[in-house]
Every structure is written in C-alpha cells, then in structure tokens.
Design a protein around this ligand. Sequence first.
Ligand code: ZN
Length: 143
Amino acid sequence: MAYDKPLPVPTREDRPFWEAAREHRFVLPRCRECGHVWFPPYESCQRCLSFEREWFEASERGVVWGYTLMQQPYVPGYRDELPYNVVLVELEEGPMVYSNLVGVPDDEIRPGLAVEAVFEDVTEEFTLIRFRRAEEPSGRDRT
Ligand SMILES: [Zn+2]
C-alpha cells in the first residue's frame, strides 16, 4: 500500500540528515568552533552562529522528555492509527527531537523512559527515525 502520510521535504540544511537516515545512520550536526550539537539541522550553530558545521554519528539513545496521545485525525493518513503517540525525546547528545514510540503500550509511555532509535523505511526515498524502549537502560534512565 502506498505511504499516505506526510514526507520530509529535504532542504540544503537537512539533506545530509535524511541521506544518512536512508542508510540507517543517525547523524547530528556539531559545531567545529564550539562543539555545540543541535537539531533540527540548521546550517549555523545555534550557540555561536558559526557555519563550521560537521556531521557525526549520534548514540541513537535518549530519554522521553514528554509525550502526547493524538486522538483527532489532524494529519491525513493517520486516521486509522488513532490514538497514536508523539514523543519529545531528549537525545544523549542534548538536542530534543519529536518522533513516535513504537512497540510501547500507551499506558507505559512516561517521561524518563530510556529509548533508542529505530529506522523505518517508509518509501524508496525516505527512512524515518522513530524510537523504541532501550534494550539496556542508560546511565541517564531516570525511571
Ligand atoms: Zn558553535
């Protein structure tokens, strides 16, 4: 069945992120000047405004910072999945990313849950990064 949910529209700023995801690699931008790591992948450092950006392989790990359960079909294509979760994950590297948790019952989703990235090939061109419960809790698991 054709994928009927919204897809990314890569820009010059985030194209390397999507290309890496397609190879099942989770990369983040890091500033060569001050070491700051940020997301979404704007072209310049959000701390010192330098354009000296490099990409590195992230740990793929983080903790749930917050979440919501969507009850309404605000986005076409998700109607059959209601309710579904949207989580804000705090990555070990610091940045926060919005995503979905897979394989975790709604009543077990909670802040502090240790998670790790999972790659979902949704089309020929795009792989989305979602999260699942981490197999080994990290030192930062607060639950
Ligand atoms: Zn910087």
